[in-house]
Design a protein around this ligand. Structure first.
Ligand code: ZN
Length: 219
């Protein structure tokens, strides 16, 4: 093998941690970066931030933003220029608040500059009630950035094993489970019933997959 081959087929680097994931990543057919634990959807959001105008559209510096349980790698994507209030319906150490996205009574009406929910609404029993609450807490002009688990091949469908991802206690005590897989067009149509929504299509630099990212705006 010559250097030419290496140049022709360079190892792509993860766009979050900057490291090439190595051959194991491809052999195992996982989507998890072994260095920063980012998944495909995270690298797609990062791509949208860096290359497709999402960072400019969010304009985070100085804003106060509710974040529905941003994990470490997601916090890395959005940085520290905004004041994030990180919350979850479950009691989780290190987060700022325990709060259900469908009952955000602790948050004043029209008080937030934005709300970020990465892969959240498919884990919320009453997604429409969540959207009512998101709309209530946002200031006019405030943004709602969301991604969800989706599948192009079928209409939005209910998941039968609701406690499969988070366990029985999360489901019974906090209504946190896996409730549905959306069809992406149906999800976007639903969002548009609450807010005008634009779509960003992020690309995963590692595996070439695309993921839709939805940016809604409170009018
Ligand atoms: Zn990485």
């Amino acid at each position: 093998m010559t250097d030419d081959t290496a140049e022709q087929y360079p190892d792509p680097a993860c766009n979050i941690c900057g490291k090439a994931p190595g051959v194991e990543f491809y052999i195992k057919q996982t989507d998890i970066c072994p260095h920063c634990e980012s998944r495909e959807r995270h690298r797609c959001v990062q791509d949208a931030m860096l290359n497709r105008g999402l960072a400019a559209a969010l304009d985070l510096p100085g804003k106060t933003v509710l974040a529905c349980h941003l994990i470490a790698v997601e916090q890395k994507i959005f940085g520290k220029s905004a004041r994030f209030i990180n919350f979850d319906a479950r009691p989780i150490k290190g987060l700022d608040m325990q709060m259900d996205i469908t009952e955000m009574g602790q948050i004043g009406t029209a008080s937030m500059d934005g709300l970020i929910a990465i892969h959240v609404l498919n884990h919320v029993r009453d997604d429409r009630r969540a959207l009512d609450e998101v709309k209530r807490v946002l200031k006019p002009g405030g943004f709602f950035l969301s991604t969800v688990g989706y599948d192009f091949r079928t209409p939005t469908r209910e998941v039968t094993n609701q406690s499969g991802d988070y366990g029985a206690e999360a489901l019974e005590k906090h209504s946190v489970g896996t409730f549905r897989t959306y069809h992406p067009d149906e999800y976007e149509t639903m969002l548009n019933d609450w807010f005008p929504t634009t779509r960003f299509e992020g690309r995963d630099v590692l595996n070439g997959a695309a993921h839709r990212i939805f940016l809604s705006r409170r009018v």
